[in-house]
Design a protein around this ligand. Structure first.
Ligand SMILES: [Zn+2]
Length: 171
């Protein structure tokens, strides 16, 4: 499944970031997405450098192209399943420690907002986690189901509702 993220952060060349990692005893990314344990190591490194906010690294990726030459170091982000209103999102002030990190890494950009696409990320959207978390209300009667599929079957069988079984969440 593809992953679209809208992020606030700065753009950095993979070469610079990898150099920073290696100097600090971590493996280079070589333009690959970080595995969770690598992301955890990077987060630990940032904290050790005095960065007191949550930081996440996004590496763009699209099938058929070479690995990215640049990545995004971010202090805020949201994910998009299919559509999402972004008015009012990513408005938090940039933490001073994050701005300090940007300068110390000699980033190619200031802190800005980007849309980043990553094709292979295994990711379950929040909307779907919410939809699939019991108790799942029928919405018509007081019946509660533990599975989304059971809810849809119940609505069909008990209430005669004919509807799409897997609608996109409303943004
Ligand atoms: Zn019902």
């Amino acid at each position: 499944m593809g992953l679209i993220a809208v992020v606030q952060g700065f753009k950095l060349s993979v070469a610079k970031f990898d150099n920073f990692l290696m100097v600090n005893g971590l493996n280079p990314t070589e333009g690959y997405r970080l595995f969770p344990h690598e992301a955890a190591d990077v987060a630990k490194l940032f904290r050790a450098k005095g960065v007191d906010c949550e930081v996440r690294v996004f590496v763009p990726y699209a099938t058929g192209f070479n690995n990215s030459q640049y990545l995004f170091v971010c202090c805020d982000w949201i994910f998009v399943l299919a559509a999402r209103e972004i008015e009012g999102e990513l408005q938090k002030p940039v933490p001073p420690a994050f701005e300090g990190l940007r300068r110390s890494l000699q980033a190619e950009s200031g802190v800005s907002r980007y849309v980043v696409y990553d094709e292979d990320m295994s990711w379950t959207p929040e909307e779907l986690i919410r939809r699939n978390t019991a108790p799942i209300q029928c919405g018509v009667c007081d019946t509660v189901c533990s599975l989304w599929e059971d809810r849809m079957r119940h609505r069909c069988d008990e209430h005669g509702i004919s509807e799409d079984q897997n609608p996109l969440p409303d943004c």
